[in-house]
Design a protein around this ligand. Sequence first.
Ligand SMILES: N[C@@H](CCC(=O)N[C@@H](CS)C(=O)NCC(=O)O)C(=O)O
Length: 208
Amino acid sequence: MSYQLYYKPGACSMAPHVLLNELGVAFEGTEVTIDQMKSPEFMKLNPRGQIPLLIVDGEPVKEGAAIMTYLLDTHDKEGKLMPKSGLPRAKALEWLAWCNSSLHPACGKVFGLGKLTSLDEKATEELKKAYVSQVQALWDEADARLAKTKYLAGDTLTVADILLSVIANWGLPVTLGANVKRVISEVSKRPAYQKTLATEHVEYKAAA
Ligand SMILES: N[C@@H](CCC(=O)N[C@@H](CS)C(=O)NCC(=O)O)C(=O)O
């Protein structure tokens, strides 16, 4: 099986990058810029012009949650980072989906404001305030969850905690609670995470 992961340093693609390193799977990593993601060659592989993108034996697999679930199904036979069945698996998938489909797009709305050039400064500021407070509410939700459980899905670390740690480092003007910091600090110190940070030349500031 051959794997090629397209990634942009520090972006959501860092989660499958960490996962490949956690699982000790051989892969080729290809760093791309935003411009390269919009090139005709890349758009042939992913018409949305986005990363992460994993090429599996020549077949493009898109969407981070699908890529990570595929890698776990194929290479995490013991269920080290994703329980194999039952309620523990449901909770791990719930929090992976929450990071991918609630937290990530909420952050994306803040980043997307830069593209709305027709808005005046006051309107942009107002929207930014509203969008950042939506992101803050989600971080507060994660913190409340982590006040009750060791990791997002429960007693054991899962891939959801990896994606949470990646998103935490995006530098938005939010306050991360002590429980979130406990988890992201632990996750970001793992050897696979440190190796990925070094490869992508990303500094991890969120746990400070
Ligand atoms: N739903 C997609 C979203 C991927 C996504 O938003 N990727 C961002 C980086 S974090 C991206 O490629 N942004 C560039 C763009 O949309 O132009 C997934 O989860 O894989």
